[in-house]
Design a protein around this ligand. Structure first.
Ligand SMILES: Cc1cc2nc3c(=O)[nH]c(=O)nc-3n(C[C@H](O)[C@H](O)[C@H](O)COP(=O)(O)OP(=O)(O)OC[C@H]3O[C@@H](n4cnc5c(N)ncnc54)[C@H](O)[C@@H]3O)c2cc1C
Length: 353
């Protein structure tokens, strides 16, 4: 990937701000991958980490499913390797948090908690997401030691074991079914007496001999042993108020996936759950602003998929900047945010949105 883009408008006396080619927001796997590809395309990117340096993977004890690490790798180690690799090619990493993106003019203006302002021709949004927590005693303590938010990531560790799944929506039932590949028994604990999950998933779960349902019940505490491993949970019946304890080896929690979209509301197209809508070229509805990772992907939610999307977003950004340069920027007689306006208006017809 090559680019002839130079950093125009660079300030020497502090009067005029330097215009960056691209600002990447977020330091999870998608952000660092976008940083790596943008740096190797000579875009001299800046990556702003946010308050959760390394993103969700940095709270993951062991990553066994990221290609290239047959012996597995810890989340923090993987993050450090990604950062080092991006920096090696010139990605600048700033420990700061973005508080606003002005999209009503071009170049975009990105403001941060530390009082800085970046002026940029393009932006890659990699602000990710977080699982909704139950916020009960033991949950945080045993995360990675029996408490999980990802069956694809951790199901393998529960071969021949008993697990419970908390939730009643599509994710809970789908992930519960996935866990039956490994676990001997999967109890789905739901606060109500019927599921919110789609009928087809419900039918599959009802038919599966390994799946049991525990209705009208909430988890109130995760219990562990002296070795720091989950051994059970305290539960409460939501109808009778009765409390009891159950034994289990694992607690999988699927009560929601919350996109980090605080910056995006009222500026970007979001879906009903608040995830950014991006097309298959990782373009948002604001020309010049791309997205990658869990902020726009609520389906696959993996390190490998986020990395792939970060790569695509950086490549698409390079293309946008090349088009901008071809159009004679700066001094372009057309606002670059006008690019693709007709296409966006016609997005249903093109069917790729
Ligand atoms: C407990 C757990 C275990 C997991 N285990 C695995 C596993 O084993 N294998 C696997 O493939 N996947 C695993 N995952 C999923 C994987 O971690 C995610 O798919 C991946 O981290 C998503 O990457 P991302 O770059 O989209 O965003 P995230 O990792 O969510 O990172 C988002 C980044 O955006 C930053 N940010 C947010 N708002 C702002 C702002 N306003 N300004 C600046 N920065 C901002 C945050 O600080 C953070 O750095 C796990 C997830 C969890 C929660």
């Amino acid at each position: 990937m090559t680019s002839q883009i130079s950093t125009n408008g660079a300030s020497t006396n502090g009067a005029a701000p330097q215009i960056e080619n691209v600002v990447i927001i977020g330091s999870g796997p998608s952000g660092f991958t976008a940083g790596l590809y943008a740096a190797r395309a000579n875009l001299n990117p800046i990556l702003i980490t946010g308050n959760d340096y390394g993103g969700q993977v940095s709270i993951t004890y062991e990553v066994e499913n990221y290609p290239g690490f047959p012996e597995s790798v810890t989340g923090p180690e993987l993050v450090e390797k990604m950062k080092t690799q991006a920096e090696k090619f010139g990605c600048r990493v700033e420990f700061d948090y973005v508080t606003n993106i002005a999209t009503d003019k071009h170049p975009f203006v990105i403001s941060t908690q530390n009082g800085k302002e970046y002026v940029a021709k393009s932006v890659i949004l990699c602000t990710g997401a977080r699982p909704r927590y139950l916020e009960i005693p033991g949950e945080k303590e045993y995360t990675g030691k029996g408490v999980s938010y990802c069956a694809t990531c951790d199901g393998f560790f529960f071969r021949g074991k008993d697990v419970v799944v908390v939730g009643g929506g599509d994710s809970a039932v789908e992930e519960g079914l996935f866990l039956t590949k490994y676990a001997t028994r999967v109890r789905i604990i739901h606060r109500r007496d019927e599921l919110r999950a789609s009928k087809i998933l419900q039918e599959r779960a009802f038919k599966n001999e390994k799946v049991e349902f525990v209705w009208n019940t909430v988890l109130t505490e995760v219990l562990g042993d002296a070795d720091g491993k989950v051994i059970g949970a305290k539960v409460q019946n939501t109808v009778t108020g009765e409390e009891s304890e159950i034994e289990t080896d694992g607690v999988f929690i699927f009560v929601g996936h919350l996109p980090n979209n605080e910056l995006l509301k009222d500026k970007f197209e979001l879906d009903e759950d608040g995830h950014l809508i991006a097309d298959r070229f990782m373009r948002t509805n604001v020309p010049g602003i791309m997205a990658a990772g869990e902020i726009m992907d609520k389906v696959f939610k993996q390190v490998a998929t986020s990395v792939g999307q970060g790569c695509s977003a950086a490549m698409q950004t390079n293309k946008f900047l090349e088009e901008l340069e071809e159009a004679g920027y700066p001094g372009v007689d057309q606002d670059p945010r006008e690019f693709r306006k007709a296409e966006i208006a016609n997005k249903e017809a093109i069917g790729t949105w």
